[in-house]
Design a binder for this molecule. Structure first.
Ligand code: NAD
Length: 381
């Protein structure tokens, strides 16, 4: 049983497009969780703040001070999505995306966790044959605040036909060490295997990466570690994705491989992510964007946002059983044949429902799940 006086303050950043719709559905699930947590002496409260385009309209900038200070003071942040065509003409530092990048930087969330697993009933969404994806359950751990996306010098010079451009891939040992610990600790809670991905045959940063990962591995004798070159890994993820447990890699390789994994799973709307730092709040967001093409139509799939909430419960609230219960509730509604349009293939027994109803059905399944577990064990949390 948790400390009786515990209170968890969360900040919701709905953002733009379908962001507010999927966050509203996640809120429906949160209300059910709050009711059950209250009985265990744990209080859950939250407030919503603007970010992205919504913040530009409301406060003239994509990350207002009030939003940032609320996020920094919170236990965790759940974000919908930012961006939309109406803000595309703005300068890069004024655009909605600048709000999200600024938030990630301000929260120092250096480890991005993106699970890729097949949810029951969604196997047909993957473009791969069933034998390749059976048992697929990968956690990609991507370094998020270093590497070539941030290295200096960077820039362009010269005039056509002699233009040149430079980016710098740089890593310090400490940056590698801290994200490696996140991967090894994650593996301890899973199947105990880490695959570290680099390009050691060519890159100095990768040689350092591998040395430091080997070093960190010595502190985790219960976890096995293997190394793959990124080109070979790109192939293995489509040939044998079920072979991997935790995949650890640097920023750019992780950016590319995580989208590849998204393609392997085949359903963007159900993918969740967590971005974690050392001791500040974690940032949780569905992998998808603001989907302006379906915004306001009650068509968006809220499961990525709801599964991000499950990650929040596990990593920021230290409530792994609540996390498992939310995941169980999502699987239950899928087993019942309920689908948003994006994950429906028209099979018999499927029923297409909207964003709001999907949130309500998951909340119902969560309530049932928690109720039956509580009957078994009153100190469930
Ligand atoms: P997107 O993820 O918004 O949409 C890609 C396609 O997937 C669209 O057809 C969309 O309808 C569909 N889709 C996405 N999420 C869905 C969901 N939950 N349910 C059902 N269908 C879903 O990517 P995009 O179209 O390239 O970008 C649109 C906007 O989102 C842009 O402004 C982009 O900058 C922004 N974006 C934001 C984030 C973020 O906030 N983290 C991430 C990616 C893109």
């Amino acid at each position: 049983m948790k400390d009786q006086s515990e209170t968890h303050q969360l900040v919701l950043l709905p953002g733009d497009g379908i962001g507010p719709e999927v966050i509203k559905a996640a809120e429906t699930v949160m209300r059910t969780a709050r009711e059950y947590l209250h009985r265990e002496g744990i209080e859950l409260s939250w407030e919503a703040k603007p970010i992205g385009g919504a913040a530009i309209e409301e406060a003239g900038k994509p990350l207002p001070e009030e939003t940032l200070s609320a996020a920094q003071a919170a236990k965790a942040v759940l974000l919908g999505a930012v961006g939309g065509p109406q803000w595309d003409r703005l300068a890069p530092h004024e655009r909605p995306e600048a709000g999200l990048l600024g938030l990630r930087r301000a929260l120092s969330v250096y480890a991005n966790l993106r699970p890729a697993a097949l949810l029951p009933g969604l196997e047909g969404q993957s473009p791969l044959r069933p034998s390749a994806i059976q048992g697929l359950d990968v956690l990609l751990v991507r370094e998020l605040t270093g590497g070539v996306y941030f290295g200096e010098p960077r820039g362009r010079s010269g005039e056509s036909p002699s233009r040149s451009a430079i980016d710098t891939m740089a890593y310090e040992e400490g940056e590698i060490r801290r994200v490696a610990h996140v991967a090894f600790r994650s593996a301890q809670r899973r199947q105990g295997r880490v695959t570290s991905v680099d390009k050691r045959n060519v890159l100095e940063t990768s040689r350092l990466w591998r040395e430091v990962v080997e070093d960190v591995a010595k502190e985790y004798p219960d976890v096995t570690v293997e190394h793959q070159l990124v080109d070979s890994m790109a192939m293995l993820l489509v040939l044998k994705p079920h072979m991997f447990d935790v995949v650890l890699t640097e920023n750019m390789f992780g950016d590319i491989l995580s989208d590849e994994l998204g393609g392997v799973v085949g359903s963007l709307g159900v993918m969740a992510s967590a971005s974690l730092g050392d001791d500040g709040p974690g940032l949780y967001e569905p992998v998808h964007g603001s989907a302006p093409d379906i915004a306001g139509k009650d068509m968006a799939n809220p499961l990525g946002a709801i599964l991000s909430l499950a990650m929040l419960a596990e990593h920021s609230l230290d409530l792994p059983l609540l996390a498992r219960s939310i995941e169980g509730a999502v699987k239950e509604v899928l087993r019942q044949g309920l689908r948003t349009k994006d994950i429906s293939d028209g099979s018999q027994g499927e029923k297409v429902i909207g964003t709001r109803e999907m949130g309500e059905r998951v909340a119902d399944a969560l309530a049932q799940n928690l109720h039956s577990r509580q009957a078994l064990n009153a100190t469930y949390f």
